[in-house]
Design a protein around this ligand. Structure first.
Ligand code: 5AD
Ligand code: SF4
Length: 489
């Protein structure tokens, strides 16, 4: 796996001395990727250089994920491949960072005695000092305090795309979902003050960022403990005023905090895109109760009804877990029927993975692996079919596309994202610049992609006015359309 952040590698022409070269791999969610970006920035500020070749590096770091056992084991087994090299090269610094570090702590040194550092999710900002400390003595370092404040002052966006930035608005999770290790690995919820976030976004906009993804484990509970009147709704309204920012989305939301005033802000702010990831986890009330999700099926359906009422073009994604302890066939069928009832555009499906330290770990993991797989494929297929059908509604419509680059599958085409984050592919022109906007009329669709032709001359960068973005059923139909269910863009 290649580490990300090509910009960081490319912007450093001077080769750093070998002891300052760092190899970095990251597993897991966007939060981990952003944490990695912040860590790399602080290392680069001290003269380190990122290399894509681990043989070239004298510091090797893995930022890890614990959400499922498989993710945890993959990261550990990658690190284990450096055991031999560490024996012959004792100066090599090997570090395991992030959620697995927080979850397993000192146990990791028993499993990998050659490891130099285990750094948890709230002590990343200490990384340069920890590397120095390891080098100064030969003590392995454990840094897994949970109440350290974690202060990062971000100076610039490290990419990988210069026009897009992730911005962390809150960390941690106060929920108690019985299957989930995140509250253990990431700790209690802490929101950043709005002025600090808005300042950071103004700086990013000044550097050419046009699109933002706000990050938080339960991003829509943002503002807790910051005082009355501060929430994701007020933050979105603040971002609306920042020149240069054209699109905002946020991941990941919890149904419980999808409150009317937030839905109103989403609908009223022209920069907030028609995209929402709202994990439901199960369609069965009994399973939702065993998961301690704090809502039932009816509540979830009411939330999305309100959302679609205010945002008819919303592209709605979800997560399901299949094979939760005791999930009967009838309970699984309730998840299947929710795909239809909620009319999802897409969803991610996970087989239940018992995590030591969680409440559900004490329950028998009693659904056979083969049965979990069958349920996963069955529900994934239903989600894909639903998304494919909903995509058909976009044919003939015009969409605003933020160009990402040449299509991976066909060099004669460009690819970019519509406002609702669907991939759009259209014929390339030498004038197309990544990071610019084009308008495309959709001619055909696949399960995950819209294909179309450009409207207007290449290079004209038309940012559609808010009225066009928000028109019911928009993009704008190019010809009179038969009545459709509200869907697509
Ligand atoms: N097993 C399987 N899936 C899980 N998720 C979280 N914990 C587990 C687990 N123990 C899934 C949830 C969550 C997504 C990020 O990962 O669906 O929304
Ligand atoms: Fe995990 Fe639930 Fe918190 Fe999401 S809301 S991070 S699933 S505990």
């Amino acid at each position: 796996m290649k580490p990300p952040y090509p910009m960081l590698v490319d912007t450093l022409p001077e080769a750093a001395p070998r002891e300052r070269r760092v190899y970095f791999e990251v597993f897991g969610c966007q939060m981990n990727k952003l944490d990695s970006e912040l860590m790399l920035e602080s290392l680069v500020a001290r003269g380190y250089q990122l290399t894509h070749d681990s043989d070239e590096a004298s510091v090797i770091l893995y930022n890890t994920c614990s959400i499922r056992e498989h993710a945890e084991e993959r990261a550990i087994s990658r690190l284990q491949t450096f055991r031999k090299r560490k024996e012959s090269e004792p100066d090599l610094v090997l570090g395991l960072l992030g959620c697995v570090a927080q979850h397993k702590e000192a146990e990791l040194f028993k499993r990998m005695p050659y490891l130099d550092m285990v750094v948890g999710t709230r002590e990343f900002d200490q990384l340069p000092e920890l590397i120095d400390a390891v080098r100064a003595g030969d003590e392995p370092r454990l840094a897994t305090e949970m109440d350290s404040p974690l202060v990062f002052s971000r100076r610039r966006n490290l990419g990988p795309q210069p026009w897009h930035a992730y911005v962390s608005v809150m960390r941690g999770c106060d929920m108690v979902c019985t299957y989930c290790i995140v509250p253990t690995t990431r700790g209690k919820e802490v929101s950043r003050p709005p002025e600090v976030i808005l300042d950071e976004i103004r700086r990013l906009a000044g550097d050419g960022v046009r699109e933002l993804t706000l990050l938080g484990q339960t991003v829509n509970s943002y503002g807790k403990r910051l005082g009355p009147g501060i929430g994701l709704d007020t933050l979105l309204r603040g971002i609306e005023e920042i020149n240069g920012i054209e699109r905002v989305r946020f991941i990941t939301s919890h149904p419980r905090f999808m409150r009317p005033k937030l839905i109103d802000a989403m609908a009223e702010c022209s920069k907030v895109t028609d995209f929402l990831h709202l994990p439901v986890q199960s369609g069965s009330n009994a399973v939702l109760a065993r998961m301690k999700r704090t809502y039932d099926r009816d509540f979830y359906l009411k939330v999305i009804e309100r959302l679609r009422d205010k945002m008819p073009n919303l592209h709605l994604l979800t997560d399901f877990i299949v094979g939760f302890p005791g999930e009967t066939e009838a309970e699984f069928e309730e998840s299947m029927s929710l795909v239809d009832a909620a009319d999802f555009d897409y969803g991610y499906v996970f087989m239940y993975s018992p995590r030591p330290g969680t409440v559900s770990h004490r329950l028998a993991d009693d659904i056979a692996e083969e049965e979990k797989k069958r349920r996963l494929h069955t529900i994934l297929h239903a989600l894909e079919e639903n998304g494919r059908r909903r995509n058909l509604d976009s044919i003939g419509r015009r969409v605003e596309v933020l160009v990402e680059g040449v299509s991976k599958f066909d060099a004669s085409r460009m690819a970019g994202r519509a406002r609702d984050f669907r991939m759009v592919v259209f014929p390339a022109s030498p004038l197309d610049r990544p990071g610019s906007f084009v308008e495309v009329e959709v001619e055909s669709t696949t399960a995950g992609t819209l294909l179309g032709r450009r409207i207007g001359p290449p290079g004209s960068d038309p940012v559609m006015p808010p009225t066009v973005r928000r028109a019911p059923g928009s993009g704008v139909p190019s010809e009179p359309q038969p009545p459709r269910r509200p869907a697509g863009i």
